[in-house]
Write a protein that binds this ligand. Structure first.
Ligand code: NDP
Length: 610
């Protein structure tokens, strides 16, 4: 233990906290939140709740159904679909069709237009294809309208509007064995064929509601943050929600979305009640405008270099320089293998595995102490500040970064209604009940997130029928089975982009870009061999499943000690669809290398081309 103490002192300095006390507090807070129903606590938005997912941003347009054929159909016009389309166009493919449920391109940035919506990953890394489009974002962290505009520009640049079907929801996808093509049906009565399909439907695409008793009985105005009702609130994504000036507004949820819109609600509503179950960790944002001198200094290839540098740092790797230098890289530098490497350098010896674990745990307590101290410093009311403090390890929940969220609780018209981990008790016709107190509301907003941990096909909204009539839900009943996350046996010519046994990265577009390049390579190989189908072999998929298992990250122990949320499958173990069961445990760097090595070998190992 003495050596351990020495190591900690040498690396973190004198510890001014009691780790045992903190650990006990974390477990106590987790226990308050654990509930038997786990993921089942949420309502699937369908039937009587369907109005929560209607598109408030466009009028439904009429068009005749389509019964034609394309070479490649891309399902989803978000970043995944845009990059897939863009890379295919670069490779010379012309017969492409994007099918998108929304009225335009943009995906998550099409739907999430709530006031204050922005991306908290640095824009110069996050916005795809900046060099291709010769564009530089206005701020270090972009606001949603700019990201959506950039999405539309990518679609224009690569002519993805040509032949696209917007406001169109896929309802069925069936493999036609005789024709070796996919038959795609939609809610518009379309029935088209496609030789290849790329599924780019996004990981957090289906809004969810909490199954709070009485939720259906509320007679006031209500909506989900991903379908913001500006007709009711007034204003736009920049705020100015002037129609709320005489309204009592309640918002359920305090995750990354709520953190961004609450400052605008607080500024506009006559009275705002924030219903909290678990506080988020709110670190410094420090957004700023793009420096024109820096912009001028950028040399060709700058974006991939920056993305690479960021990705290495947020994957626990070392870099001489931290180009992004923000809250994300700071957390990863201090709480991952980089911290252990730094400690080794300081001590002049390698750390043992248990030393590494202890170092990271202590560094985590230290970091979260600063986050809690920030709430204490900013929020004037002591009781409120106390309730806003997160008591869990940093990666139990998605870290948030914001400079206006905490000060909002200093407004006289804003009240934090903490539910001590239990959530809202009941919804009535006129308001919400918490701790026996009924709070009357004109408007109730759900910032309750998106489905995670439910079956892939439920989130897609339809099943895929592959060879021999086998459905994808049957195939993945006991968990995903893929080759590199992209293909699955029995479903030829179909590619899955996103989090399906693939790399989960802070900078999601980078991963989508790697996937888009890889799929393009495979299609080029099919073309070069004059073949019609490409499919993961059973051996290929078994090999990848074994590789996924052997590298399973984030030990069960860490996960189960966390306060519940979608990162840990609401505190329950063993869900084959759990968020981290999608992620390749050796990390994105290794994952991208594997794809690169596979392409370089040219053997298409694990893939059958016919
Ligand atoms: P989350 O799932 O993160 O948050 C949902 C919130 O609803 C949580 O605070 C949850 O509490 C709360 N909640 C659920 N049920 C109840 C209940 N019965 N009573 C009270 N509260 C309840 O959804 P978000 O939309 O905030 O974020 C989803 C993801 O989207 C993020 O994790 C992030 O990955 C992404 N995002 C990214 C942004 C960016 O800047 N890049 C911005 C916004 C979102 P509890 O924590 O206790 O479960």
């Amino acid at each position: 233990m003495n050596e351990m103490t020495e190591m900690l002192r040498a690396t973190l300095g004198e510890l001014d906290f009691d780790p045992a006390m903190l650990k006990a507090r974390y477990l106590q807070e987790r226990d308050k939140r654990l509930r038997g129903d786990g993921n089942e606590q949420y309502l699937e938005i369908k039937g009587d709740f369907s109005n929560y997912v209607e598109d408030p941003y466009v009028e439904q347009s009429e068009r005749a159904p389509v019964f034609d054929e394309v070479e490649i159909a891309i399902i989803g016009g978000g970043f995944g679909g845009l990059m897939m389309g863009g890379r295919l166009r670069e490779a010379g493919y012309s017969d492409i069709r994007v099918i998108e449920q929304g009225g335009d391109f943009g995906g998550t940035w099409y739907w999430n237009r709530y006031p204050g919506a922005m991306c908290d990953v640095e824009s110069y890394c996050y916005l795809p294809m900046l060099e291709e489009l010769n564009y530089l974002p206005k701020h270090k962290y972009s606001f949603a309208p700019e990201i959506m505009e950039h999405s539309k520009n990518i679609a224009r640049h690569y002519k993805l509007y040509d032949n696209a079907l917007l406001q169109t929801t896929v309802t069925a996808m069936i493999w036609d064995e005789a024709d070796a093509k996919w038959v795609i049906e939609t809610n518009r009565g379309d029935r088209m064929k496609a030789r290849f399909v790329a599924m780019a439907n996004g990981p957090l695409n289906r809004p969810k509601l909490p199954g709070i008793p009485g939720i259906e009985s509320f007679k006031g105005h209500t909506f989900h943050t991903s379908r913001w009702d500006y007709a009711y609130t007034g204003g736009d994504s920049n705020g100015n929600l002037h129609k709320l000036a005489d309204k009592k507004v309640g918002i359920i949820g305090t995750g990354a979305t709520a953190v961004q819109c609450i400052p605008h609600l607080g500024a506009a509503a006559a009275q705002l009640y924030v219903f909290q179950r678990t506080p988020s960790s709110i670190d410094i944002r420090n957004n700023r405008e793009t420096d024109p001198a820096w912009a001028k200094s950028l040399e060709p290839g700058w974006q991939s270099r920056r993305m690479e540098n960021f990705n290495i740092l947020v994957s626990g790797g070392d870099q001489d320089e931290d180009l992004v230098a923000d809250g994300w890289t700071d957390i990863f530098r201090n709480l991952t293998g980089i911290a252990a490497k730094t400690a080794s350098r300081k001590l002049g010896r390698r750390l043992t595995e248990s030393e590494k674990m202890v170092l990271m745990e202590m560094a985590d307590y230290k970091k979260m102490n600063t986050v809690r101290a920030r709430a204490q410093t900013i929020v004037a009311n002591e009781e409120t500040a106390e309730k806003l403090k997160p008591w869990y390890r940093q990666f139990c929940k998605r870290p948030c970064f914001h400079d206006e969220y905490l000060p909002t609780f200093n407004r006289p018209n804003v009240e934090l209604i903490d539910t001590a981990g239990r959530g809202v008790e009941r919804v009535t016709e006129t308001g919400v009940v918490v701790n026996g107190r009924e709070i009357a509301l004109d408007c109730l907003i759900f910032a309750t997130g998106f489905e995670v941990g439910t079956a892939y096909t439920r989130r897609a909204g339809y099943d895929l029928v592959g060879r021999g009539g086998k459905t994808l839900s049957q195939k993945w009943e006991n968990g995903l089975r893929t080759l590199h996350g992209l293909q699955t046996n029995g479903f030829p010519n179909c590619f899955f982009l996103g989090f399906t046994q693939s790399a989960v990265t802070v900078n999601v577009p980078q991963s989508l870009n790697e996937q888009a390049r890889h799929v393009t390579y495979i299609l080029e190989q099919v073309k070069a061999r004059d073949a019609t189908t490409v499919e993961a072999t059973l051996a290929g998929e078994t090999g990848w499943v074994a590789e996924m298992r052997s590298k399973a990250r984030m030990g069960e122990e860490f996960r189960l000690e966390c306060t519940p949320g979608y990162y840990n499958n609401e505190g329950k173990s063993g869900n084959p669809n759990g968020f981290f069961s999608f992620a390749y445990g050796a990390g994105p760097l290794r994952f991208f290398e594997i794809l690169k090595e596979w392409r370089a070998s040219g053997t298409l190992d694990g893939c059958a081309i016919q």
